[in-house]
Write a protein that binds this ligand. Structure first.
Ligand code: AMP
Ligand code: GLY
Length: 418
């Protein structure tokens, strides 16, 4: 099987790495890839936001399976274009990807599927903002109604800060989504979906804030771990039965069946799991830990999902133990990151590349906000965490920063479900 991965982050590096271990894979390419991925896969150029270009590349490279990593090509219709070219594609149609691309659509699907989610209101007129803010908070949750790479969200106890963020979005022509604040530990559950059948992967937890102790602005994700030692035994079944399957059924009933990875971002509240958001693709950085523990060959599994055969696939096999990933970010991230700094130690085991590129002189240099995701695996969460940080210590990137407390509260048994 010839497998083409589309994207250029640490998530795509994790996908390529897992696919490279699948004996069914005869050729592997990534477009556009990065300096780390280039060691494992042929690197091809493409504008990921151009569905026709993605499909053309898949045809000319003679791909048997295309895995689309990021949301931007999916929302733009890349999976539709690839499937139209007669090639199996792991990723939803543009119509189904609206579950991530439009928060209003996601809320409508969830209401129809009777799935618990934060109460919300869309504000697109500044004259209505103050009255709307008065119906929420404290704490206020203010979001960009469109795609924002995880950075369009402000959660604050300060009404002025909430108003200021909403005004900035409105002034830039973006509709604002106000949401009720959900309190409890967060869970990311990734589910493989082939239109009808749902196969959950291990639950993970992501760290969205840039600073230790969950301080500072939101990012795309600064670290993750899996599985969740504190999770109730029935958690995954409860989320699949009560949330993911009803949403998959609702999308199928609307004639926009979902094929690919449906990512449920949830808060475990006192009233049970509630949805913060759905994403239409693997999450980053949770993918790096979930795939580090998956023993089932990846390409065969995703091919089964892409071709409606998940129900026939044998049960998933997992490596025992836990995995932790720590993101190393460039100076300035999540603001404007500094690029072009030389990285050393980035070719070691467990180091996945995101924003990197190889310079003409051979040096690997930073080329994005999140630069590397360093993964540790161990028989338990504490040892996985130790290995991840030991590996982080061997990487050097001038001006970089990373969180030092990824998975720490879980290791210390400090997370409780209300
Ligand atoms: P999102 O980009 O929608 O995933 O939001 C980013 C982060 O903001 C989430 O991972 C949560 O930590 C936080 N967040 C978003 N919505 C809510 C909510 N309704 N209640 C509490 N926290 C939220
Ligand atoms: N880990 C958050 C995301 O991928 O959106």
């Amino acid at each position: 099987m010839r497998v083409l991965v589309v994207g250029s982050g640490a998530r795509e590096h994790a996908l390529v790495l897992a696919a490279s271990h699948d004996p069914a894979v005869t050729a592997l390419a990534c477009a556009p890839g990065n300096a780390g991925i280039a060691a494992l896969a042929e690197q091809l150029g493409v504008d990921v936001a151009d569905p026709a270009a993605v499909a053309e590349l898949a045809k000319s490279w003679r791909a048997d399976l295309v895995l689309i990593g990021p949301e931007v090509p999916l929302v733009a219709g890349a999976a539709d274009a690839v499937r139209k070219a007669g090639i199996a594609c792991f990723g939803p149609s543009a119509a189904a990807a609206r579950i991530e691309g439009s928060k209003a659509f996601a809320k409508d699907v969830m209401a129809a599927a009777k799935v618990a989610t934060a109460h919300s209101e869309v504000v697109d007129n500044p004259a209505r903002l103050d009255a709307a803010l008065a119906r929420f908070g404290p704490t206020w949750v203010v979001k960009d109604d469109g795609l924002a790479a995880g950075k369009g969200v402000v959660v604050t106890e300060n009404l002025d800060a909430a108003r200021a963020h909403a005004m900035t979005l409105l002034e830039n022509g973006h509709a604002v989504l106000l949401e009720s604040f959900l309190s409890g530990p967060e869970v990311s559950l990734f589910c493989l979906v082939d239109g009808t059948t749902v196969v959950p992967l291990l639950p993970a937890q992501d760290f969205k804030r840039v600073g230790d102790g969950d301080t500072g602005p939101n990012t795309g994700g600064m670290g993750a771990y899996a599985p969740l030692p504190w999770a109730p035994a029935t958690l995954v079944d409860d989320i699949v039965g009560g949330i993911v399957q009803p949403v998959v059924d609702e999308l199928a009933a609307r004639d926009t069946p979902f094929t690919g990875l449906l990512y449920a971002g949830l808060v475990l509240t006192a009233e049970g799991p509630q949805v913060i958001e759905f994403n239409c693709r693997f999450g980053d950085p949770e993918t790096q830990v979930v795939l580090a523990l998956l023993d089932t060959p990846l390409a065969g599994l995703l091919h089964a999902a892409a071709t409606g055969r998940l129900a026939e696939h044998p049960p998933l096999e997992w490596h025992p133990g836990a995995a932790v990933t720590v993101v190393i970010a460039a100076d300035g991230y999540p603001g404007v990151p500094r690029a072009g700094d030389v990285i050393t130690g980035s070719e070691a085991n467990g180091v996945l590349h995101a924003g990197t590129r190889r310079r003409d002189d051979g040096a690997v240099v930073s080329h994005g906000g999140r630069v590397l995701a360093v993964v540790g695996v161990g028989p338990d969460l504490a040892s996985a965490r130790e290995q991840a940080y030991e590996r982080v210590g061997k990487v050097h990137l001038a001006g970089s920063h990373h969180r030092t407390d990824i998975a720490l509260r879980a290791v210390n048994g400090e997370i409780t479900v209300p």
